[in-house]
Design a binder for this molecule. Structure first.
Ligand code: UDX
Length: 446
């Protein structure tokens, strides 16, 4: 019989994983400690914006008409313990307040609560991004607390999904990495992934520390790539070069590759910034902090981009934001997501507001989250309304909707035709033709 699956934590990662497992034919039970989240999911509503996820959820959530009924939700640990053979732990590990290290309390609480209800053989699979060494510690905790004792095993199976592509990335992963300490864990996970999900995806079996490190190393590499191209953008600006051309040209070298070389206001979100900081903190604990000092530079290049955008905007409006209206297009940390965690766009908007600018923000999906985080900014219902009367327009998150904007129509509502492209995604020629002063990051001013 196919193993029965539970998913602990139903955020971006957990909700997607649970729905994907149901799509593959497994019986799935999702648990979250927040009852409102569980109620929403059970009704077939996803609590965040993630393309394709709601359709997947509604196809399988029990109680939805016409669904397979394979996916159920609960807040009861006992039910989870009784139901599952394989338990995926998908809770988040945010950055600790005022520290580089990440907060492991949600993972620890989840594993402890789960352990206490494991009365029969089970595999617990960690998916959260954790500091190396956590899996070994959690395996000990399971052994101490689980009534089934040695019949409970732990595996580590990091997740590499991107927000905005979560469903696609979960159903068609680049690779499946499992960190195991025993044969049973590997066997069960091979069974789970011996479905279309694993077809064509390399299956890498490793020990716990290597599996944990694969995730942090991958995210550190991606962050480094972005900061590298942003450092080149600084050089290009000083020397009169064009970083977009440069990225395209170096990307033709397959060893370098074209992806993750988009210069702009840098990376944000709930993963890359906190993962590189947590990695540095962990290296410090391991006594090898020197190995990762370069990540400090990666982080500071990234943060400098936000400040640089603020400076460019200030310069554009004549040296001071006082009395100036600034339109901000984009609030989320990337397009096709409603996530505003550590969003470069909102950070720039907030800095300009603090310097006396009258900032109006518009974002296709992130308005509610942005309002909650930055209630003192002004918000407009459309891009056009956000731009009304603006002395400068800042394009800070590259939503497709902004590329479709008609620069000529926008020109009729602004006070001054000045636009700064913080993501190098707008068609400079079209804007200039419509009479705009167009400035992008790391590109010549024309
Ligand atoms: C990232 C990893 O890509 C994913 O594998 C991991 O599981 C979680 O962290 P995510 O945070 O969803 O995923 O976003 P990603 O697409 O990686 O973008 C991160 C940030 O980098 C965004 O703010 C994006 O705008 C920025 N970015 C990305 C750039 O500035 N330039 C680029 O070339 C690419």
């Amino acid at each position: 019989m196919a193993p029965r699956i539970t998913v602990i934590g139903t955020g971006y990662l957990g909700a997607t994983h649970a729905a994907a497992m149901a799509e593959l034919g497994f019986e799935v039970l999702g648990l979250d400690v927040v009852p409102e989240k569980i109620e929403m999911l059970a009704r077939g509503t996803v609590p965040m914006y993630e393309p394709g996820l709601e359709e997947l959820l509604r196809r399988h959530a029990a109680g939805i008409e016409g669904s397979t009924g394979r996916l159920r939700f609960t807040t009861s640990w006992e039910e989870v313990g009784e139901f599952g053979d394989v338990h995926f732990v998908c809770v988040n590990t945010p950055q600790k307040h005022g520290e580089y290290a990440c907060d492991m309390s949600y993972v620890e609480a989840a594993v402890s609560s789960l352990a206490r209800v494991l009365h029969r053989p089970a595999l617990v699979v960690g998916k959260s991004t954790v500091p190396v060494g956590s899996a070994a510690r959690l395996a000990k905790l399971l052994a101490e607390l689980a009534p089934a004792g040695a019949d409970v095993e732990l595996a580590w199976n990091p997740e590499f999904l991107r927000e905005g592509f979560a469903v696609q990335d979960t159903l068609h992963p680049d690779r499946i990495v499992v960190g195991v300490a025993g044969e049973r864990g590997e066997k069960l996970l091979r069974e789970v992934y011996a479905t279309p999900i694993g077809e064509g995806s390399p299956f890498v079996v490793a020990d716990y520390p290597t599996a944990e490190l694969v995730k942090t190393a991958a995210n550190s590499f991606l962050a480094t790539k972005i900061s590298f191209i942003n450092a080149m953008a600084e050089i290009c600006e000083a020397a009169g070069g064009d970083v977009v051309k440069l990225a395209e040209a170096i990307g033709h070298d397959e060893r370098i590759g074209k992806k993750f070389l988009r210069a702009g206001i840098g990376f944000g979100g709930g993963c890359l910034p906190k993962d590189i900081r947590a990695f540095m903190a962990r290296a410090g604990e391991l006594g090898v902090d020197q190995a990762l000092t370069f990540l400090r530079e990666v982080d500071s290049i990234n943060m400098r981009r936000r400040g640089h955008m603020v400076e460019l905007a200030r310069e554009t409006v004549g040296g001071s934001f006082l009395g100036q209206r600034v339109a901000v297009l984009g609030a989320t940390f990337k397009p096709d997501s409603d996530d505003v965690r550590d969003s470069p766009a909102l950070n720039v908007a907030g800095q300009i507001h603090l310097q006396g600018g009258q900032v109006t923000v518009y974002d296709p999906k992130g308005m509610d989250n942005a309002r909650r985080l930055f209630p003192t900014l002004a918000y407009a219902p459309t891009a056009l309304e956000a731009c009304r009367g603006a002395q400068v327009v800042l394009h800070l998150t590259e939503w497709g909707e902004f590329r479709e904007l008609d620069p000529a129509a926008l020109a009729t509502v602004v006070a001054e035709r000045r636009v700064l492209d913080g993501r190098n995604a707008l068609d400079a020629g079209a804007w200039r033709q419509a009479g705009w002063v167009f400035r992008a990051m790391g590109r010549p001013q024309a």
